[in-house]
Design a protein. Structure first.
Length: 263
């Protein structure tokens, strides 16, 4: 497998052009919005691509009919790209899923389910047109600058390759009480004009509507600027409920290969 230079990432666009899930993350790397690495079986006109996102997840697309190359890809994943505590591999065909089942069977592989959603702007407007009136006294919404982004989610610095890159390419919102961060809604990645959405609320303020307020501010800005927010979660009833409350609608569930790694 060959690793592409960042200037060559666009070569794999045709391989992933038809994918129905994970588009924000995959195309975030291809477009250079967030850090990542891409490997192909040949540097010119590739037909197989393995993409590593800055969060550690792997995305595999293209042909799956070369047995020796398939073993080489899995060896690359296990010995050079995977980092503890676990390995997540997204693949975009039934053929690749069967290949991964077989080649990872001695490593305790399983398939986990990721629930996925995309925004229905009409549902959002119908449910939340007056969301600002629900901000409690003493609390306020604030757009993220670099300092607030780092305070609310230090992981953004890693995911985006620097908080300045995040602020230049994306946006997020926090609910604050004085200087205390109560809740935030910000994207994990931006690709194909789609955001992968992330939300978090301080534990003592959960189930009080603050994540909904942060989400409303973020979604409203997305609609204004022509971005499509998407949402995903694993076995998280609260996250799924919040997505539906905000006007997201379910897309087909995604099966992701999972391996627990030795530290």
């Amino acid at each position: 497998m060959y690793e592409l230079a960042k200037s060559e990432f666009d070569k794999v666009r045709p391989i992933f052009q038809s994918i129905e899930d994970s588009r924000p993350i995959v195309f975030s790397v291809i477009e250079g919005n967030t850090p990542g690495r891409i490997f192909v079986e040949r540097p010119d006109n590739p037909s197989i691509a393995l993409l590593r996102f800055s969060g550690g997840e792997l995305y595999l697309g293209g042909r799956a009919d070369n047995e020796s190359l398939n073993r080489e890809i899995v060896d690359l994943v296990l010995n050079h790209l995977a980092t503890p505590p676990h390995l997540l591999i997204f693949s975009f065909s039934d053929d690749w899923k069967r290949v991964l089942d077989e080649l990872l069977k001695d490593h305790g592989v399983s398939r986990v389910i990721r629930n996925t959603f995309e925004l229905d702007a009409g549902r959002f407007r119908a449910a939340h047109s007056g969301w600002r009136s629900r901000v409690p006294e003493g609390f306020h919404l604030q757009p993220m600058d670099s300092q607030l982004a780092l305070r609310s989610d230090p992981g953004l610095d890693i995911l985006w390759g620097g908080v300045d890159n995040f602020v230049a390419r994306a946006f997020g919102f926090c609910v604050l009480r004085d200087d205390e961060i109560i809740s935030r809604c910000s994207p994990v990645a931006l690709g194909d004009r789609r955001f992968e959405t992330g939300v978090n609320t301080a534990e003592k303020y959960r189930r009080q509507g603050f994540a909904t307020l942060a989400g409303c501010a973020f979604i409203e800005r997305c609609i204004e600027e022509g971005f499509l927010p998407e949402w995903g979660c694993y076995y998280n009833t609260a996250s799924k409920g919040l997505a539906l409350k905000l006007g997201f609608v379910s897309k087909p569930d995604v099966q992701v290969h999972y391996v627990k790694l030795q530290k």
